[in-house]
Design a protein around this ligand. Structure first.
Ligand SMILES: C[C@@]1(CC(=O)O)c2cc3[nH]c(cc4nc(cc5[nH]c(cc(n2)[C@H]1CCC(=O)O)[C@@](C)(CC(=O)O)[C@@H]5CCC(=O)O)C(CC(=O)O)=C4CCC(=O)O)c(CCC(=O)O)c3CC(=O)O
Ligand SMILES: NC(=O)C1=CN([C@@H]2O[C@H](COP(=O)(O)OP(=O)(O)OC[C@H]3O[C@@H](n4cnc5c(N)ncnc54)[C@H](O)[C@@H]3O)[C@@H](O)[C@H]2O)C=CC1
Length: 201
């Protein structure tokens, strides 16, 4: 066995992005946008949606009605990117020319962006996701086969024991309590020893 892990380039960097309370500009309000908006709301992001009202999907319209999304009823304008609070841009529009223009503007302004359907114009990809409370699993094929990602994700989800999310919530509560008892950064090793995980495997 090699002493250190073998390098296998060509992958994606898998992260759990903390987008909470940060502003995300969503351009387009169709079916794909509905999925993006759901992911963003589940991550407690602030959303500004730009899309003409007549193209809004029912789910997106419902989010707007509920006041969960700041809504601007028109097509995209370059000045929409001028707000320095914008942390991320996502487009899901049926207009490839506008998509490419938005991508180029985002790169000029160094804003991370995902242009749905155009992998070379994405700083990050979505994946097939499973959620159970604090437990999130995302399967990526790095753009090779989104439908395969869906199949793998469903298989993984089916193999999990029930109540995993609940169990993880309890571990989280326990770890919080231990941080109160031994709050210092230097007390990390002590805290680590205290954790007794139930045998799950
Ligand atoms: C690169 C990426 C960009 C991004 O992040 O936007 C991208 C790109 C493209 N998708 C295309 C097509 C389809 N995408 C889906 C579905 C999903 N696509 C998702 C992610 C991603 N798709 C990112 C890579 C993810 C990875 O690592 O694999 C999922 C996982 C998550 C999500 O979108 O939320 C979600 C499944 C969620 C779930 O079910 O769990 C279906 C199936 C369906 O609709 O049921 C089809 C039709 C069938 C087919 O073509 O396979 C096309 C071709 C368009 C064309 O040919 O015109 C491109 C462009 C290209 O590949 O060039
Ligand atoms: N996961 C992925 O990567 C997938 C990507 N797609 C692609 O995503 C794109 C969007 O798909 P859908 O949501 O199904 O389309 P859709 O037709 O349902 O929605 C498009 C939306 O964009 C809005 N729009 C169009 N031009 C605009 C502009 N200049 N400014 C603001 N809003 C604008 C429309 O009013 C509408 O709300 C398509 O290019 C599609 O091929 C589709 C399936 C999966």
């Amino acid at each position: 066995m090699a002493k250190f892990p073998e390098i296998e380039g060509g992958g994606s960097l898998m992260l759990a992005w903390q987008i909470r309370n940060k502003l995300v500009l969503m351009v387009g309000g169709g079916e794909v946008a509905a999925g993006r908006i759901l992911n963003l709301l589940n991550s407690d992001a602030k959303i500004r949606l730009i899309s003409p009202r007549d193209g809004l999907n029912d789910e997106v319209a419902h989010r707007v009605e509920q006041g969960l999304v700041e809504y601007i009823d028109r097509t995209f304008e370059p000045s929409d990117l001028d707000d320095p609070a914008i942390a991320m841009v996502m487009t899901a529009i049926d207009d490839p020319e506008a998509s490419t223009m938005i991508w180029k503007l985002c790169k000029e302004k160094r804003i991370v962006a995902n242009i749905a359907d155009v992998p070379p114009e994405c700083d990050f990809y979505f994946g097939s996701q499973y959620r159970d409370g604090p437990l999130q699993i995302m399967v990526s094929t790095s753009g090779n086969g989104p439908r395969m990602a869906n199949i793998v994700r469903r298989r993984i989800a089916a193999s999990l024991p029930p109540n995993m999310g609940e169990a993880i919530k309890k571990v989280g509560a326990l770890r919080k309590k231990l941080r109160v008892v031994a709050p210092g950064n230097e007390e990390g090793p002590k805290r680590m020893k205290w954790y007794v995980y139930p045998s799950l495997c």
